[in-house]
Design a protein around this ligand. Structure first.
Ligand code: PBG
Length: 327
């Protein structure tokens, strides 16, 4: 039945009706807020390429994370800026490492806050690569041992979930075995399953000081044209024990999010990465775009694509706005 009997505008005529008929809804409960944590006290060091984002010392992190949690955002993910970098990224698995201290402080103040730790070495190594470098190459299996060790140290500090982001083969299995052996079978693994070698990570590398000092990450992260291969990555990670699989970045890979969602029956996360955030922030700062409105539309596209959870630097801000909209 077509026009004039059918008139789709009937469905759009009032705010209440439109609200009722929304096919997907954005809620603070969908979001994970990333934080960069550094040593020191009372430190709030702004990241120039990510307006509004800071490197925070543990005391400041506790404050910010508390505010975010009270707005209904259930989870955070932590990235650490170490005091010193070395070839093996030792601070990543030091019991007094910055992330370990941050996790303990967060869980003490907000036991209900779900704390993920990013599990990778590029922030901790002097060469900026995501693992142990041998002959100019990241050695996969040597890196697995360090990943397993770091996961256990993070879990000992109280991390509820670990998120391996280095794209090493077999990482999820090695981490699951290590956690189980150490008595942490209840801790989650959110695997960066399909992580592409993306130019959208540029601002993050400023925030985390993790730019590779030679070469690039193309020999471990995925090649942007490949969606089928992303499905193989997701399948392997699920087989190895991933509880949640992630696609990253989000915006340029919405098709991959949808295919992973349709194919597998695990929760799907999507990472709305630093470059996606900075594009919106830069245009908004110039008065070219309405930043919060665009951010909301982008997050809705990621939900429509099939993401169950979204890691985003907009989390706190959007949660604040959603609260006032709901009234
Ligand atoms: C570390 C890591 C990166 C991001 C998350 N974990 C950077 C990279 O792979 O170079 C990017 C996050 C973002 O851009 O917001 N492996």
């Amino acid at each position: 039945m077509g026009f004039p009997a059918t008139r789709l505008r009937r469905l759009r005529q009032s705010p209440a009706l439109r609200r009722m008929l929304q096919e997907v809804r954005l809620s603070p409960a969908d979001l994970i807020q990333p934080f960069f944590v550094c040593h020191g006290e009372n430190v709030r060091r702004s990241v120039s390429s990510m307006p509004g984002v800071h490197q925070l010392s543990v005391d400041q992190l506790v404050k910010e994370a508390g505010e975010t949690f009270r707005l209904g955002v259930p989870a955070v993910i932590l990235f650490g800026i170490p005091a010193e970098k070395d070839p093996l990224g030792k601070e990543a698995y030091a019991p007094q490492g910055v992330v370990q201290r941050a996790v303990r402080a967060l869980k003490e103040s907000f036991p209900e806050l779900f704390v993920f730790t990013d599990l990778c070495f590029c922030e901790y190594t002097d060469h900026g690569h995501c693992g142990v470098v041998k002959n100019g190459n990241v050695d996969n299996d040597a890196t697995l041992e360090l990943l397993a060790r770091t996961a256990v140290v993070q879990a000992e500090s109280g991390a509820d979930g670990v998120a391996p982001s280095g794209m090493m083969d077999g990482a999820v299995g090695a981490i699951r075995r290590a956690l189980d052996q150490a008595g942490f079978s209840s801790r989650l693994i959110m695997a960066y399953a399909a992580k592409f070698a993306s130019a959208f990570y540029g601002p993050f590398r400023e925030a985390a000081g993790s730019t590779p000092q030679f070469g690039d990450r193309r020999a471990y992260q995925m090649d942007p044209p490949n969606a089928r291969e992303a499905l193989r990555e997701a399948a392997l990670d699920i087989e190895e024990g991933a509880d949640i699989v992630m696609v990253k970045p989000a915006l340029a890979y919405l098709d991959v999010i949808r295919q992973v969602k349709d194919r597998f029956h695990v929760p799907v996360a999507a990472y709305n990465v630093s470059g996606e955030f900075s594009m919106v922030a830069a245009a908004a700062a110039n008065g070219w775009l309405d930043g919060p409105a665009v951010a909301r539309e982008i997050l809705l596209s990621i939900k429509r694509a099939g993401a169950d959870v979204i890691l985003t630097y907009h989390a706190k801000d959007i949660a604040q706005r959603l609260q006032s909209l709901d009234r």
